[in-house]
Design a protein around this ligand. Sequence first.
Ligand code: BG6
Length: 491
Amino acid sequence: ESMQPFVFVIFGATGDLAKRKLFPAIYSLYRDGHLTTDFAVIGVGRTKMDNTQFRVSVKESINEFSRLSLREGEEWDRFAARFDYITLDIKDADAYASLLSAVEAREREMNLPGNRMFYLAIAPQLFGQVADSLKQSGLTNTVGWKRLVVEKPFGHDYTSAKELNEEIKRSFTEEEIYRIDHYLGKEMVQNIQVIRFANSMFEPLWNNRHIDNIQITASETVGVEDRASYYDDAGALLDMVQNHMLQMVMMVCMEPPSRLKTEAIRDEKVKVMRALRRYSEEEVDTYVVRGQYTEGKSKGSSLVGYREEPNVNPASTTETFVAARLFIDNFRWAEVPIYIRTGKRMPEKVTEIVIQFKELPKRLYFNKNNDLIPNLLIFRINPNEGITLLLNAKKQGADSQVVPIGMEYCNDCEDTSPEAYESLLHDAILGDSTFFTRWDEVSLAWKFIDPIRRAWDREPHSLTEYEAGTWGPAESHELLRREGKRWWTGG
Ligand code: BG6
């Protein structure tokens, strides 16, 4: 599909996401020649600013956060001239008339065909209201296409997500709604389906006859940072599991789509969510571990506990770590444990998927510990994007002793890989929603999450502790040990 000229309206243009991700992504797409069309950007925010000040702030954010260093001169001037700013109280429906005039003025001046992309980089409580005002003001009434891009979190449970969805559907159809899960924009997450479905050597093994278990880890070294007002309420379950972790589960476990078409792919992902066993509230304790970091150390410096972090409730029972054992009740995955784990203040920032293959029927070879490492296929999503295939081979010189050897592919050794937001914005401009989440995926994810949240709210004592700078609570290791497994990531 070819790219059509458009106006890009960003709500929350003075916010963190716009600065860190959106402006740098637009710039990189432009510089790399991926924005092959005419476009204008209109920033919307509450802060008073004129176009000149706005362009300066865009420039600063690119200087600070872009992977490409900013090139001054005529090229920059042409780029910056596409950015306008409107001061607007987004809760005031009447104020949208000024936004409409700004959009129309740009469309006339640049002769744009009325394609409009609205990006909501704002508090989710405002999504519904903004969508309504876009419609009432006539902004969605255009001869070109219109699209709505929304950030997470999409609701805080199934009921609120459904309400939110109904609200925005008054102004946009499902096909026009692009729900962001930035993990779907990551190179190696998109690569999962290519590795699986473009090679003949994995797919025949990709089932419960040959796979022993699957482990998905997303560990972070950072703590709550300055986001306590959001995080202390959300916790790791809502912040990471409902969206990113489950999306990775879908990508790894889905059936091959019949065609590489958006809905064919998303249909297969939804089937995984349908087969994902929902725990009853009573089962939650058995299969889900939640933890909170306490005071600890990392690389010699000491770290405060979660409850001592600024703006965190000193009696908070919010989880900063979740590990779970998932069941996918279908022919392919019956009996295969799927383990997921994510947390703050862990020793390394790693996002990784490990596929552990089954042992052979009989062991003929052993390593020096009189053991044998299973074959592992590792998708390294971050850092060192790539894959590793771990095999056993003869140790040089030694008789029959074997050693593990790693076959490595590096997708991103020079660290030049495009950012998730570049790829997602590019797709949204083209109208390709493959790597955005469809409503039924989101709703099934909430239906899985809700009983866990309820069980925890009922029994605060199920919260375990882990020292900051460690690989999570003992209970997370026990979750695997009792099934005869161990976490591979992090040693
Ligand atoms: C965000 C969460 O969605 O993902 C953050 O809100 C988390 O808490 C982040 O740090 C992790 O993303 P990435 O791309 O750094 O792995």
